[in-house]
Write a protein that binds this ligand. Structure first.
Ligand SMILES: [Zn+2]
Length: 311
């Protein structure tokens, strides 16, 4: 399949395909099969062999100036996980690939993200623990597969709740399950500085607490957007000009109001999770990205080819 990539050199240029990743685990975890492991992520990076992999900020500038000779690729990660530093960074560096990491600043050195807390609570919880307190007439099952399914139902049940209600629901599940303390998954301040200093790594903002902005009040949303920029600039001592919307689907997860807040906060570019390729005509505060499929090599090849061919 990779033999086809050199053909991309002959396609019309000046488009930027921005890939979106989250975690990269050291090993494959059957409880969390959607998270790419190091070996899988390496194969995905190798599949980019036919593209110019460019730094996101510089790629956007080159796009505006019409200097991308063919479809270029930029690699982004959301949220700010520790395995970014431990697992993904060395694999990217070995290939000379730059990357941008969108960090939710309230989690730096703090507790795990809400969905990871639910996954852990259900994975490690005491068998038979009842979840009626969060409106699920269920008990923690014995098998790992059934636990994973229940975790999925819990995540779906609380995903769209306003921030404080979601926090409350997650804490209730944790208390009901009685799991031991979870390992820290998010970068702390020292690790984030270390990551930012690695070759080719750029840090962008991703709100403070990763709320669905569309579900926030105006003041909450403003504090989440501009606060994340202020937090990261203070922590890193550099200007942060790139932003990614949590969850990131326009209309459902963020609205025109939130785009206005991103502009007001001084970000130059913002990324959604809506599928597409960035062109010189794209709205700078609603730039599309692409997430690769977890398992399908053919699917990913077709996706990349489609992206390269798209006008
Ligand atoms: Zn995110």
């Amino acid at each position: 399949m990779q033999a086809l990539w050199p053909l991309l050199r002959f396609l019309p240029g000046n488009r930027l395909l921005v890939l979106a990743f989250h975690r990269v685990a050291r090993e494959f975890d059957p409880y969390d099969p959607e998270t790419p492991d190091a070996a899988h992520f390496s194969r995905q990076l190798d599949a980019l062999g036919g593209f110019d992999v460019v730094p996101l900020g510089a790629g956007l500038t080159a796009l505006q100036e019409g200097r991308l000779r063919r479809t270029a690729v930029a690699i982004t990660f959301d949220d700010g996980y520790r395995d970014q530093l431990a697992v993904a960074a060395p694999l990217l560096e070995a290939r000379g690939y730059p990357s941008t990491v969108f960090v939710s600043s309230a989690f730096v050195g703090g507790q795990n993200m809400w969905h990871d807390r639910l996954l852990w609570a259900l994975r490690e919880g005491v068998v038979g623990s009842r979840l009626d307190g969060v409106g699920l007439a269920e008990a923690v099952p014995a098998s790992l597969g059934a636990r994973r399914q229940l975790a999925g139902r819990c995540i779906a049940a609380v995903k769209s709740l306003p921030l404080s209600a979601r926090e409350q629901a997650v804490a209730l599940v944790e208390a009901a399950c009685g799991a031991p303390p979870a390992p820290r998954l998010m970068l702390d301040a020292k690790e984030l500085r270390e990551l930012a200093a690695r070759p080719g790594v750029e840090i962008g903002a991703h709100t403070r607490r990763h709320p669905i902005l569309a579900a926030c009040t105006l003041e909450e949303a403003r504090a989440e957007v501009s606060g994340s920029r202020a937090d990261l600039e203070q922590l890193l001592g550099v200007s942060v000009g790139l932003f990614a919307y949590p969850n990131g689907h326009e209309g459902r997860d963020f609205s025109d109001r939130d785009v206005g807040l991103v502009r007001e906060a001084g970000f130059s570019h913002a990324f959604s999770s809506d599928w597409g390729v960035v062109t010189p005509g794209s709205d700078a505060l609603k730039l599309p990205r692409v997430s690769l499929y977890r398992r399908s090599v053919l699917g990913n090849a077709m996706l990349l080819a489609r992206a390269a061919l798209r006008a």
